[in-house]
Ligand binder design. Sequence first.
Ligand code: SAM
Length: 187
Amino acid sequence: MTQPNNLSAFLSRHARPYDPASDTYRRPPFAAPVKATKATPIYNAHSYHTKVPPEGIVPYILHYTDPGDLILDPFCGSGMTGVAAMMCAHPPAEALRLVPGARSGPRYAVLNDLSPAAVHIAYNYCTPVDVDAFKAEFARIQEAVKEEDESHVVPEEYRRVRKIVEVCRLKISDSHTETQSHRRKTI
Ligand SMILES: C[S@@+](CC[C@H](N)C(=O)[O-])C[C@H]1O[C@@H](n2cnc3c(N)ncnc32)[C@H](O)[C@@H]1O
């Protein structure tokens, strides 16, 4: 469960109070056609109904925000807005083509969902992992299921971990996202 002081601390680091007297924020509506495939390791690392490919969210974030801005997704589902906010550090070429003048750089995100399952998935998508420890665990599981793998009876757990290793190759090294739910479980 996220402790309230975690969220407070995150907000105090990244939120800027709105001041109508000094606000100069202006963005025309973003109207470019956005296409994104679901055939990516990130998208397929964990399923979720109504999941949106993060590559389809990045152009909107690049257009409407600046690096370091804070984004709220109160209905985050599997957390693809948080993944997209992190991807803005090195946006896909297609997103940069769609958003002339886009400023690369990570944005921060607060993710919330009513569903503990959604928050569990979002939290684990957006929380950095120790890539070396993860690879070592993958090697351990790979060894443990070697016989089944060689006989092509590959357990579901093994296939899922193999996909997640692909995601970890992105080497997300810093936390830019805070997730919260009334009943979030941490693994
Ligand atoms: C369309 S899905 C979001 C999917 C997300 N874009 C993704 O990529 O995974 C909408 C989410 O809203 C959540 N939801 C519905 N009512 C809610 C509420 N009152 N408060 C918070 N979350 C809610 C649902 O649990 C669901 O995960």
